[in-house]
Design a protein around this ligand. Structure first.
Ligand code: MG
Length: 258
């Protein structure tokens, strides 16, 4: 009896396995009958943007400074014309005149700018060399500093999110060389009561090298103390006057989707 029972069990298991194999073969057959078109998405159609040739901005960029004038900028100190010095194709910080900001306000954006730190580094160390900064939405600073063979605190060196994020590498060129920042910024979101519902994120590429990778910004940049968010909408971009003869050129921005 036992033997017959065992034989029956083996038969049943065999039958089940065969059925499973047949089912799998069918499933595979059906799979092969699916068409590649089923997973194609044709809408929406991305708008055409023509990339810039050489150093030129892309066709949909808002040009903030093209080397000629500071018409897109104003003084942070009580408005009025931006007090910095427009030279031949670049603008130089006028130390002591204060920060400048764009007349227009921005949210999430792609920002390109080029900067150059002074070659006269004699007697200057740490934060004293070529200090400036890019303030996203007037409050979150991407540090600009000469850190070519110049140590400072790591979360305050070039391409740091000042006092919040250390850059992954030091991609600085020597003083006197033009350096590039490409910044990709997602603005924070607040609810109607002013509560943070989504923090800001920032990615920074310095001279073609990724230095900050989708860093979650912790709040307003603070020199002393801890960062904290305060609700806001779109705001100007700012460039910092930190008392050094810093040069900037080729500044453009694109509004982007989150
Ligand atoms: Mg700074």
């Amino acid at each position: 009896m036992r033997t017959i029972k065992a034989q029956n069990i083996i038969k049943t298991v065999n039958l089940l396995l065969t059925s499973l194999l047949v089912l799998m073969a069918y499933a595979d057959l059906f799979g092969q009958q699916r068409k590649p078109e089923e997973t194609e998405v044709w809408e929406p159609v991305p708008p055409v943007v023509t990339p810039g040739v050489g150093n030129q901005p892309p066709s949909d960029a808002i040009v903030l400074f093209d080397g000629k004038n500071l018409d897109a900028w104003e003084s942070v100190n009580g408005g009025g014309p931006a007090p910095w010095m427009v030279m031949d194709g670049y603008v130089m910080v006028k130390p002591g005149s204060g920060a400048i900001q764009t007349k227009a306000s921005f949210g999430s954006c792609q920002l390109h700018l080029e900067w150059k730190t002074p070659i006269d580094t004699a007697g200057k160390h740490s934060q004293e060399r070529g200090n400036s900064g890019v303030f996203l939405q007037s409050r979150y600073e991407v540090q600009v500093l000469d850190n070519f063979r110049n140590r400072t605190y790591s979360n305050g060196q070039a391409a740091s999110i000042y006092k919040q994020a250390i850059p992954q590498v030091n991609a600085c060129l020597p003083p006197g060389d033009w350096q590039r920042y490409d910044i990709f910024y997602n603005a924070p979101q607040f609810d109607s009561a002013g509560k943070l519902i989504k923090p800001a994120y920032v990615t920074v590429v310095q001279n073609g090298i990724l230095v900050e990778n989708h860093f979650e910004i912790k709040g307003n940049t603070m020199y002393i103390g801890n960062p904290e968010y305060k609700a806001h909408g779109d705001l100007p971009l700012q460039l910092q006057d930190h008392g050094n003869f810093m040069a900037f050129r080729n500044i453009w921005v694109r509004n982007i989707q989150d």
